[in-house]
Design a protein around this ligand. Structure first.
Ligand SMILES: NC(=O)C1=CN([C@@H]2O[C@H](COP(=O)(O)OP(=O)(O)OC[C@H]3O[C@@H](n4cnc5c(N)ncnc54)[C@H](OP(=O)(O)O)[C@@H]3O)[C@@H](O)[C@H]2O)C=CC1
Ligand SMILES: O=C(O)[C@@H]1CCC=N1
Length: 289
């Protein structure tokens, strides 16, 4: 189903837009992924950014409804589903600059901001006249290629099947998992932060190939395909990754020699600690005012 079919089935006006406050890396991946998968068109999208430079880029990419003034945008499009995509640290000041009651007619507000809880969001957004459900969406940049493990939670179920607007957006960008907000910090670390860990691992694997004499381009292609292949094998066989690792390691062979070095250097522990640190930082951000 496309966005226009969905808004019709939710009883919303045919002109209901997706309004993005913030059009940076994450909103960009989400929007462009959804356009590429034909879930939305560029005309369905309205975006606000802070700088003229960013606005010019969006307009050049064919998103003509781009603004640098949130009040002007929300007055022109008062009935849109609003996605808040600014950095969490800027949320408070962004809302303080909105005119009182300006979100009164929005059918749904969705936050992609890390950390900030639905309670914090609901409390702050009430000054802008918003009093419906708050949905949190935690995508990752692989949205751009339809391969994000996106998370969703909410403080109360949006009425008239409006949650489907968000689950469908997530589903067109990969997988969509609805969970309890209590699990959101940990799940965000594994699903939304960890792509950065994996990019680092791919880069390091390629560096190893270069050290061993491969041309950089070949090393990077091989490392990328290796990660893709290994992830696909886990997903499609359902086998435990430990068993799949054992199936690669021949007795006295070359793989176990490399595995020994990974274990000696604490790669397992480093990943575990990284998830713990990202989870704790997200919890810390939730306490920001
Ligand atoms: N990056 C990621 O992988 C993920 C990020 N997130 C969340 O997404 C949010 C955005 O992150 P990310 O995209 O990486 O950050 P970016 O810095 O790339 O983007 C932030 C955007 O917000 C805009 N902006 C800043 N202030 C305002 C304002 N007052 N009104 C309108 N727009 C404004 C900026 O405009 P300008 O371009 O002009 O500076 C920019 O386009 C964060 O809350 C983050 O927690 C969630 C999941 C994954
Ligand atoms: O680093 C961050 O805070 C955001 C949230 C998840 C991914 N990037």
């Amino acid at each position: 189903m496309s966005w226009s079919d969905l808004i019709d089935s939710c009883g919303l006006n045919v002109d209901t837009k997706l309004i993005f406050i913030g059009g940076g890396n994450m909103a960009g991946a989400l929007i462009k992924g959804a356009v590429n998968s034909n879930f939305i068109t560029k005309e369905d999208v309205v975006i606000s950014v802070r700088s003229n430079e960013s606005a010019a880029k969006w307009i050049k990419d064919g998103f003509s409804n781009t603004f640098t003034d949130n009040n002007e945008m929300l007055k022109k499009f008062p009935h849109g589903v609003v996605f808040i995509c600014v950095k969490p640290q800027l949320f408070g000041s962004m809302v303080d600059q909105l005119e009182e009651g300006i979100l009164y007619s929005s059918p749904l507000v969705v936050s992609i901001m890390a950390g900030l809880s639905t309670d914090t969001l609901a409390q702050k957004l009430s000054q802008s006249g918003y009093s419906h459900s708050i949905v949190r969406l935690m995508p990752s940049t692989p949205c751009l290629v339809g391969a994000s493990a996106t998370l969703i939670c909410y403080n109360s179920l949006p009425h008239n099947d409006r949650l489907s607007l968000v689950t469908s957006l997530a589903a067109c960008a990969g997988t969509c998992t609805i969970l309890d907000e209590k699990q959101f910090h940990a799940a965000s670390a594994v699903a939304a932060c960890a792509p950065a860990y994996v990019f680092l691992l791919i880069e390091a694997l390629a560096d190893g190939g270069v050290l061993a004499g491969l041309p950089r381009k070949d090393a990077l292609n091989l490392a990328t395909q290796t990660f893709q292949g290994a992830a696909k094998l886990v997903a499609e066989t359902g086998k435990h990754p430990g068993q799949l690792k054992d199936e690669v390691c021949s007795a006295g062979g070359s793989t176990i020699a490399g595995v020994r070095v990974l274990e000696k250097n604490g790669v397992r522990s480093a990943l575990i600690e990284a998830v713990k640190a990202s989870t704790e930082r997200s919890e810390e951000m939730s306490r920001m005012k």
